[in-house]
Design a protein around this ligand. Structure first.
Ligand code: PEP
Ligand code: MN
Length: 263
């Protein structure tokens, strides 16, 4: 169902009045984790000012350590919803439990499935049943083929409003958090008709190369980018080393506009 051989035309994802994958480039931004109302509202206001439509934020955080901040759960989803409604944005947030999928539809416009859950087949099927657009991230050790089969699980439940996100894979390289597999972008575009995104925050794990990586991703044919923005990354409860602050985000947006790749 996700193969371009069967469906040659690009899938366009509709999130209310927001259209993704129609040739224009889409940016998704927001904090790694939802922490406070003030934090999310500040970021949402900046997104609005910069012309973005999609606000991200983690409420259920799949952390490597059980002792790290696990997210605010439903309270976090509610904060995202309020901030998005105030600034006319749509909400994208990760859901980790199939049982939460129905409840999530009250708060989110797009369900994110994280790298660690790319092959959580019950979750994929629940996302397929939920009938909300799904943002599926590539597992950090998944092949492109396994990634496409994960998308197929969602589509097999009748939901083809799926976006694919390359977020970096595990290699021996230590100077980046993950290794961005840039060739996955044209491969995914060639093999499937779904919109393809690149997460420039988790793939690099560092701020200083996000701009060239963003340009490379769009030049390689990505339909959009995901990045993390926090009012004060130094006090962030997750991913403090890689989120950019609001002035850095404004600079990033100006630079991206000047490339002509992004309007
Ligand atoms: C995220 O985007 O919030 C996230 C946890 O990323 P990933 O699943 O790619 O690690
Ligand atoms: Mn993060």
């Amino acid at each position: 169902l996700v193969s371009r051989k069967r469906h040659p035309e690009d899938t366009v994802v509709h999130v209310g009045d927001v259209v993704i994958g129609d040739g224009r480039k889409t940016l998704i931004a927001g904090p790694c984790s939802v922490e406070t109302e003030e934090q999310v509202f500040q970021v949402a206001r900046s997104l609005k000012e910069q012309g973005l439509k999609l606000l991200r934020g983690g409420a259920f955080k799949p952390r490597t350590s059980p002792y790290d901040f696990q997210g605010l759960g439903e309270t976090g989803l509610s904060i995202l919803r309020q901030a998005a409604d105030k600034y006319g944005l749509k909400v994208i947030s990760e859901i980790v439990n199939p049982a939460d999928m129905e409840r999530a539809a009250r708060y989110v416009d797009i369900v994110q499935i994280g790298a660690r859950n790319m092959q959580n087949f019950e979750l994929l099927k629940a996302a397929g049943d939920a009938k909300l657009p799904v943002f599926l991230k590539r597992g950090m050790s998944a092949t492109v083929e396994e990634f496409l089969f994960a998308a197929e699980y969602i589509a097999s439940k009748g939901n083809t409003q799926v976006m694919l996100c390359e977020r970096g894979i595990r290699t021996y390289e230590k100077w980046t958090r993950n290794t961005l597999d840039i060739s996955a972008v044209p491969l995914l575009k060639q093999e499937s008709h779904l919109p393809v995104f690149v997460d420039i925050t988790h793939s690099t794990g560092r701020r200083d190369i996000q701009l060239p990586v963003a340009k490379a991703a769009l030049a390689a044919g990505a339909d959009g980018l995901m990045l993390e923005v926090h009012p004060d990354p130094s006090v962030a409860l997750s991913d403090a080393n890689q989120q950019i602050d609001i002035p850095q985000f404004e600079t990033f947006m100006n630079e991206m506009r000047s490339t002509g790749l992004f309007k």
